[in-house]
Design a binder for this molecule. Structure first.
Ligand SMILES: NC(=O)C1=CN([C@@H]2O[C@H](COP(=O)(O)OP(=O)(O)OC[C@H]3O[C@@H](n4cnc5c(N)ncnc54)[C@H](O)[C@@H]3O)[C@@H](O)[C@H]2O)C=CC1
Ligand SMILES: O=C(O)[C@H]1O[C@H](OP(=O)(O)OP(=O)(O)OC[C@H]2O[C@@H](n3ccc(=O)[nH]c3=O)[C@H](O)[C@@H]2O)[C@H](O)[C@@H](O)[C@@H]1O
Length: 481
């Protein structure tokens, strides 16, 4: 086969990056395309060993079963990147694109050093033409940089088609999101080669995604659509959180307001759950990236508009932290507080940008001692996130395997993650073992506040004035809106 032709149909896929996107995406791909050999490579030996073990590096409902079914058949995890890249017809780049921590664009621009090093390695080792797919979330026109790097370093007779194919999965629901995506975006060049590459990637997805959900567009639109989608989702959360502050100041109830808004068919009910603030590795990073791009393009009003989404989120986390201190008689020094939930959302063990980190640090700064429980987050991760080297140094942070043990002898429960199991706990049992007055601060609006008040708890939540009568609190129970 000539070096400058991409082999179609696609038989071998290599994915660089065995993280929250690369791992689940390739597992589902392998499941749905038994005739394609999928190899996920990563430079982290630890991560690859975990993918090859019985304890996967990430918790994602339904994923373990898929990995068990496909691993060793048409799904492989390896640190041996060169042969996997050489053999592949199509390469996904799924590496992390964090916010830059130094230099130009510090604190806002996306750092593309990992994407760039992938492009350099591909050009260095590949001896025949390939389709390279940008799966990582990147700034608009990042594909142009990848093309430049590939072109400048490529071997003679080898050519590349670079496609944008952003990922829209959410953690905790990744398997379902990948199996039944709302849409698959593929951006590419309008040349004949570009069209052929788009068709080749489309045919992979068509193994399980209906053709009408696979949308083709120009590369820059595809890249920008990913940033815009995350910005819009986060904006809805910041909007309802802004309204929650108005509710607390006026006596309106944000659950009622969200319900009323969500019933408008033009708006819909999703992503209107007021909370302690959004977390996760992407919303903040991607909006900061959008802000940076807008500023770089001299679109200062656009940049200021999106920056507000982040600012509102910071405000919400701060407000919640302050409210805990205020409600507990303006001092929590030496008080023991139970933090229930440390992951940034339910059904994941991921703590990146988790609001629980902000709230916990705030409580520690105010002198409290924390008892922390999360069903899926590792102890070492919690200590790392709270800048505690080890358990010895973490004299004021204790991590528990059991929520009832965590609650014992503490003054308050602070709900930071909306785990389903938190809804069904025996709160009477917890109350009986706690110091009085016992407080609940429900940062996720998942508990039955009327029942808790009846038990004797002083209950505070987002978007509702504290101390409303039993009857007023009555309906605002479980499941928010
Ligand atoms: N986490 C999520 O839910 C989603 C993330 N994304 C985007 O996908 C991208 C990846 O995100 P995650 O999977 O969460 O990141 P992650 O940090 O979990 O995984 C990235 C992996 O890439 C590896 N890596 C980095 N540079 C490498 C290199 N040069 N060679 C080999 N391996 C390398 C790292 O060791 C790491 O295991 C990001 O751009 C993110 O914005 C998009 C949609 C959802
Ligand atoms: O690019 C990404 O990384 C992904 O970011 C989000 O997915 P994720 O961050 O995994 O999870 P979400 O369900 O969006 O939740 C993000 C945060 O917002 C919070 N949230 C969500 C919804 C809501 O109504 N209220 C609210 O506070 C969650 O608790 C969580 O802290 C998007 O939903 C995905 O489409 C996208 O692919």
């Amino acid at each position: 086969m000539a070096a400058n032709t991409v082999e179609t149909p696609i038989r071998k896929i290599c994915c660089i990056g065995a993280g929250y996107v690369g791992g689940p995406t390739c597992s589902v791909l392998a499941l749905k395309c038994p005739s394609i050999q999928v190899t996920v490579v990563d430079r982290s030996e630890l991560r690859i060993n975990q993918w090859n073990s019985s304890k996967l590096p990430i918790y994602e409902p339904g994923l373990e079963e898929i990995v068990q079914k496909c691993r060793g058949k048409n799904l492989f995890f390896s640190t041996d990147m060169v042969p996997a890249l050489k053999e592949a017809d199509l390469i996904f780049i799924s590496v992390n694109t964090p916010t830059k921590t130094f230099g130009l664009g510090k604190g806002r621009a996306a750092d593309l050093k990992f994407v760039e090093s992938c492009a350099r390695l591909i050009a260095e080792v590949c001896e025949r033409s390939k389709i390279v797919v940008e799966k990582s979330t990147v700034p608009v026109r990042a594909a142009a940089s990848i093309v430049n790097i590939l072109k400048a370093n490529t071997k003679p007779g080898v050519s590349y088609q670079v496609l944008s194919n952003p990922e829209f999965l959410a953690e905790g629901t990744a398997v379902n999101d990948l199996t039944n995506p709302d849409r698959v975006l593929i951006g590419g060049e309008t040349s004949d080669d570009g069209r052929r590459a788009i068709a080749a990637l489309s045919s992979v997805y068509q193994n399980w995604v209906p053709a009408e959900k696979i949308i083709h567009m120009n590369t820059w639109s595809s890249e920008l659509s990913k940033l815009a989608a995350n910005a819009f989702l986060a904006q809805r959360i910041s909007s309802i959180n802004a309204i929650s502050a108005v509710c607390e100041a006026t006596g309106a109830d944000v659950s009622e307001v969200a319900k009323a808004i969500g019933l408008d068919s033009r708006l819909g009910p999703k992503f209107l759950q007021a909370s302690v603030g959004f977390g996760g590795s992407c919303f903040q990073k991607d909006i900061l990236n959008l802000v940076y791009i807008s500023e770089s393009l001299n679109l200062t009003s656009v940049a200021a508009y999106w920056q507000q989404v982040i600012d509102m989120n910071e405000y919400q986390k701060m407000r919640f932290g302050q409210r805990i201190v205020q409600a507990m008689f303006n001092t929590i020094t030496d008080k023991h507080i139970t933090v229930l939930g440390f992951a940034f959302k339910k059904n994941t063990g991921d703590t990146r940008e988790s609001p629980a980190i902000y709230v916990s640090k705030h409580l520690l700064e105010e002198g409290a001692c924390l008892h922390i429980y999360d069903p899926k987050v590792e102890k070492a991760q919690i200590l790392l996130d709270l800048d505690q080297q080890d358990e010895k140094e973490a004299s004021c942070v204790s991590i528990f395997d059991d929520p009832y043990e965590a609650a014992k002898g503490t003054h308050a429960l602070v709900i930071c993650t909306e785990w389903d199991q938190f809804i069904t706990y025996d709160y009477q049992r917890m109350y009986d073992s706690m110091l009085k007055p016992a407080f609940v601060f429900d940062g996720r609006k998942i508990l039955d506040h009327a029942a808790l008040t009846k038990i004797g708890f002083h209950v505070e939540t987002i978007g509702k004035r504290p101390g409303q009568s039993f009857q007023e609190q009555n309906w605002a129970g479980a499941n928010g809106i």
